[in-house]
Ligand binder design. Structure first.
Ligand code: WT7
Length: 650
């Protein structure tokens, strides 16, 4: 990115001579940057950070310890991320499209939103939120479909220093309420309704139901999407159409401290309720923009499409912040891959001349199974780079993607990262660094992975396998989990002293490239969505017919992992299909449809040790259909239960 000469904010380039270009475009650049980033990490990140606009310089680049943990980047600096995402592009890109919006219905017109319009709409939204009483530091829950106003809402919060908490619009009222309450949101931004594929969803009604359980919410801003007549609570609910008409298109960005919170995003762990991962302004900005530019090798004028929902971190970093920080054109799609048919993605690629396409293995597998006839009508000739994210990609899907979508001429990047890392960590850089089918690849410069055994000893050298950790902070490492710092320490920093632990197992091959094996904790990854087994069990147990349950993941052809639930019913409750449906409904009600079990097996007991611990190893084996080696079951309280479970497996 080039720094404007004479701009108020160019102080930094005067005293930091950039050693590297912002975008590393050759393998030699990458190697040199990587080496430098491990020898002098602080100097490396100062160099990267100097490519952004800051209101005020930092006095200290980094302070950190992984014990508390306490990580601070660019201390003393002030910035506003939206100034970097929007305002700095107005001098040369005001009329360039910032966001292409493709609606759910293919016959509805797409929208092209220029950087100028984006500026004006974000300012309008910020002014309306100000009128509703939102100020710096307030939490705002955003529960919306993928429409342009969702992007405006996120950026408006960032511009005014409010902390956004986007909740994926597939979560149930209960989940929304939990998230609103955990971070005591003051305002909710939502819509009347939405459509996803052929389905219509009463979004506002879900918010109304959630709010019966919340006391912190003062105002609800309702954006119109579907022209539904929805009940509006007097004194609480506000129709955005009315406010928009007279809202000013100027809003001065609030100067934020580098370590001021930018957003909270809830994600599941192996225990308890989902936790609010906290990211801060300076470090997140530096990392999101840097990774976007380097991983995808974005070139001015290209069209980037990340198919994620902005309700997940992938959408935060690679639909909104990363691309906009680079002055890119980013595509936002409201629909689903299979509506009106399984050719929709490819139709959109051709229609909008997409150059970079970034999706999840589960989508690739489902489109692969739909048949090649859905791909053949489209040329896909504009594609240059393809990305994969969210779960391990199997070789079959990788090759299908390479051959049928990339026509064997696109770079493929398999990007490993997490909500907690804020941006991509392990990956190849499109067309620049070594890439192999089904391997994530190398760490980005500035990223220091380490594999450890279960005692925390480093496994050195190539051709190694272990638990994947990082030993040095990068700018967008999570800072805390909202309202419960101890939980953050426990979850990520306590397992192995002085290391950030991902929860994943990984292999490093003979060339130093990483292959992610999968979670080593009680987290399951269903279609790239993370759930704790305990979280799903708690939901199932809310059904009045259920005494107890145990949930494990099992290999699923399309979803990567499916949800397998073992359920003990109350006396007199009938174990039949109707009961299964009712339990599924309970989970949909407690969490959302995305968490519904694929298989439910009724059992009379669970394999527990004498100390009462469920032996999940056995349940996993049965769910996988591998009952040949169940291992030692002699420590079980009642070993006969295993026989019953094996017989009843489905
Ligand atoms: C977990 C993080 C931020 C990406 C979207 C999901 C798994 C993510 C890969 C990959 C293998 C992957 C890991 C990780 N994961 N990317 N390229 N290869 N596994 O974010 O919900 O925070 O989940 O997703 O298990 O820990 P998330």
């Amino acid at each position: 990115m080039k720094q404007k000469k004479g701009s108020l904010l160019s102080w930094h380039t005067e005293w930091i001579m950039s050693r590297f270009p912002f975008q590393l475009t050759t393998e030699a650049d990458y190697d040199a940057a990587y080496r430098f980033s491990t020898e002098s990490p602080e100097a490396f990140w100062e160099d990267v950070a100097s490519h952004y606009q800051w209101r005020k310089p930092w006095h200290t680049t980094l302070e950190w310890n992984f014990q508390e943990p306490d990580v601070k980047w660019f201390l003393g600096a002030e910035l506003n991320i939206t100034e970097n995402c929007i305002d700095r592009h107005l001098s040369d890109k005001a009329e360039q499209t910032a966001i292409i919006w493709e609606p759910n219905e293919s016959h509805e017109a797409a929208k092209h939103i220029s950087y100028r319009e984006l500026h004006d709409e974000v300012c309008r939204m910020a002014n309306v939120l100000t009128d509703l009483g939102v100020t710096k530091g307030d939490r705002v829950c955003i529960y919306m479909p993928m429409i342009p106003e969702l992007a405006y809402a996120v950026l408006a919060c960032a511009r005014m220093g409010a902390i956004h908490s986007v909740v994926f619009a597939g979560f149930s009222a209960n989940s929304v309420a939990d998230r609103i309450n955990d971070s005591s949101c003051k305002v909710v931004i939502t819509t009347d309704a939405m459509s996803r594929g052929a389905k219509q969803i009463a979004v506002k009604a879900i918010v109304d139901e959630a709010l019966t359980q919340c006391t912190s919410v003062e105002r609800v801003l309702v954006v119109n999407r579907m022209n539904w007549e929805v009940p509006m609570a007097e004194g609480r609910d506000v129709d955005y159409r009315k406010e928009h008409a007279h809202a000013a298109t100027i809003f001065e960005p609030v100067a934020m401290q580098s370590e001021d919170p930018l957003f909270i995003l809830y994600t599941s762990g192996s225990t308890g309720k989902p936790k609010g991962v906290l990211h801060t302004c300076g470090g997140y900005m530096v990392y999101a923009g840097y990774t976007f530019s380097n991983v995808f090798q974005y070139k001015t004028g290209e069209i980037h499409w990340c198919t994620a929902d902005i309700g997940w971190v992938t959408g935060h970093s690679y639909i909104l912040y990363g691309p906009l920080l680079n002055g890119a054109t980013t595509l936002m799609f409201e629909g689903i891959p299979t509506y009106p048919d399984a050719g929709r993605f490819w139709e959109v690629v051709d229609k909008h001349r997409v150059n970079i396409f970034y999706t999840a293995p589960t989508a690739i597998r489902s489109l692969m199974s739909a048949g090649i006839e859905h791909v053949l009508p489209y040329t896909l000739q504009t594609l240059r780079a393809l990305g994969s994210v969210g779960e391990p990609i199997n070789e079959e899907a990788w090759h299908w993607y390479d051959t049928n979508i990339g026509k064997n001429r696109c770079a493929i990047v398999d990007t490993f990262w997490q909500t907690e890392t804020g941006g991509i960590m392990l990956t190849s850089c499109a067309g620049v660094t070594n890439s192999k089918p089904a391997l994530a690849g190398l760490p980005l410069p500035g990223v220091q992975p380490i594999l450890v055994d279960s005692n925390g000893n480093e496994i050195e050298g190539n051709d190694a396998e272990g638990h994947l950790c990082f030993k040095f902070p990068w700018p967008s490492i999570l800072r805390s989990t909202w309202g419960d710092h101890e939980r953050c320490r426990q979850t990520y920093f306590a397992t192995y002293p002085n290391l950030y632990f991902t929860g994943d197992g990984a292999r490093r091959d003979e060339d130093g490239l990483y292959r992610i094996i999968g979670r080593v904790d009680d987290v399951i990854n269903v279609s790239g969505h993370r759930f704790g087994t305990a979280e799903i069990e708690n939901a199932i147990n809310q059904n009045k017919h259920v005494i107890e349950s145990a949930v494990v993941g099992f290999p699923h052809d399309i979803k990567g992992q499916g949800i397998y639930a073992y359920v003990i019913l109350a006396k007199g409750s009938e174990a039949n299909q109707d009961m299964r449906d009712r339990i599924i409904e309970t989970v949909a009600h407690e969490i959302g449809r995305i968490a519904k079990p694929d298989k439910i097996q009724f059992v009379s007991g669970l394999p527990k040790t004498r100390s009462g611990k469920i032996m999940r190893r056995i349940l996993r084996k049965v769910a996988e259909g591998d009952v040949s080696s169940l291992g030692d079951t002699t420590t079980l309280l009642d070993p006969t239960i295993v026989e019953e479970i094996v017989k009843g497996a489905n």
